[in-house]
Design a protein around this ligand. Structure first.
Ligand code: GAL
Ligand code: ZN
Length: 661
């Protein structure tokens, strides 16, 4: 059987005598793999050049005796104090120009050459040490790259790297001046060496410069990871390399990072204290899994799956009985081949004393332990059958990290964020039990019946053409407000009215628009009036037909949503942010027109999703509530275990299969 369940383990936090008890308990619970060591540089190298891997080797070997394999983390997210004392310049500089200090984590600059040299030294020693250890199967590089500090460092090493990056991109300073629009506010540069990192200004920022800075920071992180990946690839050719992502996090372009990895991993905390309570909306967690699956177009691992109360100084809610398992199987349903729980035992020391694990502080197995044991016993045996398989959705949502950056720089509306806008569209499909893929805007769209491309703000001729080609050949495309506003360097386009050439595809132009701020507006769709928010494009029809009209504002009766038949396909345009009701009804209409199938019907909190192998379709039905639920499936699926009754116990997960003919 392949590996499907594991835990994050920190033997260095506990006395040696306990380790064997841990190994036994893990084995009984169904643990097949642990991740270790990603925060233990000091323990492995207490003085420069003095390596102590023996404790880790001891732990790896002990676990291996129990049949538990190890993924090793490189500890570069927390360099030790002796290193920073010797080379204080490793510590990053923030936007106020202050040096950030030791005492937390991520206190490193990723450009710093001295730090890179330390990493090279250390990762070489560590990977040589464990290359042939039969207990080790793979590596996690660093930890959550981009967490906390990615675009933080404003130091001179980062400045020099940024200068080189800009020189490569623009070649001549005149081209940069043009691309950044430096004629505005006298921001022109005479030479590349004058360009600084974006320290705080008195007021305002240059949006084009900020976009380049964000892209540069992403490239820097990829380069930082490659620095380690190259060493591990050479020393440990039989081990895989992965990294633990953070869902939609954007500090590093996860598509680029994925090119270095054998597979991507993700960290999932649906009830982290920062989410709305009692937990993150289900559709957001589901969307996060789907976007993670898109980063390499491959199944993934969960490297940290919540297993108790999550929080540092402030704590989130206690997951209810069965809820952790339902979240874990949600991960699997969306494409995870393995789920590693964070963490084995709640730590007694440090910042994360209250970020709870499967075992509490006392180390005594209890309710959560029993729950996860039951989960592994129930599902591990089936998971080989669909390992490596992917869902096969008919609907795609376009996701692009640069669009996200552009909206972070200029959100337009105080509450508009690119990812939240994506969630709004995703949600309508999710609750209708319609699976969705995330795609990059360069991907082949032709396999999808319906493509939603929200906020296509930055536009280039190739992307316009891509959308034309898709629709011409029969595709159904939804474009939205703020499409075609800017060019690739974040300057406003001036050659046509909005939405640029895509106006021909949509059969519209948009001579004016309105930002609603705190006001809400209305539209009439069919006979009903609906709430809209944030934005109104004042649309003029140029061949399209209006589907819905504004019912508020001086532009009352102007189209808010339009439909244009174009060659073999349809282009819809939504000039506002629909409230939930309008979104649901529009998506209902779009899916009907595109002939998109739903998997079934049930309450919003009952999730349905499939993974397909060459001969079978595996369907997961997950009850995310603590109530009993009924549901109805569209199409015949055989239940893998038990009687098919279309009925779910609280937090129950049911697995079905349909054999393809
Ligand atoms: C993750 C991180 C872990 C641990 C956990 C709980 O973001 O990767 O190292 O910090 O959160 O805070
Ligand atoms: Zn720096």
């Amino acid at each position: 059987m392949s590996i499907h369940f594991g835990v994050d383990y920190y033997p260095e936090h506990w006395e040696r005598e306990r380790w064997e008890t841990d190994a036994k308990l893990m084995k009984e619970m169904g643990v097949q793999v642990v991740r270790m060591a990603e925060f233990s540089w000091f323990k492995m190298e207490p003085q420069e050049g003095e390596f102590h891997f023996e404790w880790l080797e001891d732990a790896v070997n002990l676990l291996n005796q129990y049949g538990i394999k190890t993924i090793l983390g490189t500890p570069t997210a927390a360099p030790p104090k002796w290193m920073l004392d010797k080379n204080p310049e490793i510590q990053p500089i923030d936007r106020e120009g202050r040096r950030r200090r030791f005492g937390g984590r991520h206190h490193d600059c990723q450009s710093n050459e001295v730090y890179r040299a330390h990493i090279k030294r250390f990762v070489t020693a560590m990977s040589e040490k464990f290359a042939d250890n039969p207990g080790v199967i793979g590596w996690q590089i660093d930890n959550e790259l981009g967490n906390s500090h990615a675009d933080l460092c404003m130091c001179n090493a980062c400045r020099l790297n940024f200068e080189k990056w800009l020189l490569r991109k623009y070649g001549k300073i005149e081209r940069l001046n043009e691309a950044w629009g430096t004629a505005f506010w006298s921001q022109g540069y005479n030479k590349f060496s004058q360009i600084g990192t974006p320290l705080v200004t008195v007021v305002g920022e240059n949006p084009s410069a900020m976009l380049d800075w964000k892209c540069f920071c992403s490239d820097l992180i990829v380069d930082f990871a490659k620095w380690q990946a190259d060493i591990i690839r050479e020393k440990c050719p039989n081990h895989f390399i992965t990294h633990n992502y953070m869902c939609f996090d954007d500090k590093v372009n996860y598509y680029d990072l994925g090119e270095l990895l054998d597979f991507v991993s993700n960290d999932v905390y649906p009830a982290g204290h920062w989410h709305p309570q009692p937990h993150q909306p289900l559709y957001e967690t589901a969307a996060a899994h789907d976007v993670v699956r898109s980063y390499k177009k491959q199944p993934f691992w969960i490297m940290e799956q919540q297993s108790g109360i999550a929080g540092w100084e402030i704590m989130g809610r206690l997951p209810k009985p069965g809820q952790i398992s339902a979240w874990a199987m949600q991960s699997v349903a969306h494409g995870a081949d393995a789920v590693v729980f964070f963490r084995w035992r709640t730590c007694a020391m440090g910042t994360e004393q209250f970020w709870h694990g499967i075992l509490g502080h006392s180390g005594k197995p209890g309710r959560v332990y029993d729950e996860i044991k039951h989960l592994t016993e129930t599902f591990a045996k089936h998971m080989d059958a669909f390992e490596g398989s992917m869902p096969n959705p008919e609907v795609a949502i376009v996701y692009n990290v640069r669009q996200n950056y552009a909206f972070q720089i200029q959100p337009h509306h105080p509450k508009l964020t690119y990812v939240k806008e994506i969630y709004k569209y995703y949600r309508a499909f999710y609750e209708k039990k319609i699976p969705v893929d995330f795609v990059q805007d360069t991907d082949d769209l032709s396999k999808y019946k319906l493509v939603i491309a929200p906020l296509q703000f930055l536009m280039i001729p190739e992307l316009e053409q891509h959308y034309f080609d898709y629709v011409e050949n029969g595709g159904h495309l939804v474009l939205t407000m703020r499409t075609g506003v800017k060019d690739a360097t974040n300057l406003c386009m001036t050659d046509r009215e909005l939405p640029g050439r895509l106006g021909d595809l949509c059969g519209i132009t948009i001579p004016e628009y309105d930002c609603l701020l705190e006001a809400t507006g209305g539209v009439l769709y069919g006979k009903k009036e609906y709430l809209i928010k944030k934005w109104c494009d004042l649309i003029e029809l140029k061949g399209a037909r209006s589907l819905a009209e504004y019912s508020t504002g001086f532009y009352k009766q102007l189209p808010a949503v339009t439909e244009n038949k174009y060659e073999k396909g349809i282009a819809w345009y939504i000039g506002t942010e629909p409230g939930n009701d309008l979104m649901e009804d529009l998506v209902e209409y779009f899916t009907r027109r595109s002939d998109v199938a739903t998997l079934g019907t049930a309450a919003d909190e009952v999730e349905m999703i499939t993974r397909e192998t060459s001969d079978s379709i595996w369907l997961f039905v997950i009850n995310h509530t603590d109530d009993e639920q009924v549901y109805h499936l569209h199409g015949w699926y055989e239940m893998v275990e038990g009687e098919r009754e279309e009925f779910l116990q609280p937090f129950e997960v049911q697995l079905f299969v349909k054999r393809k003919k």
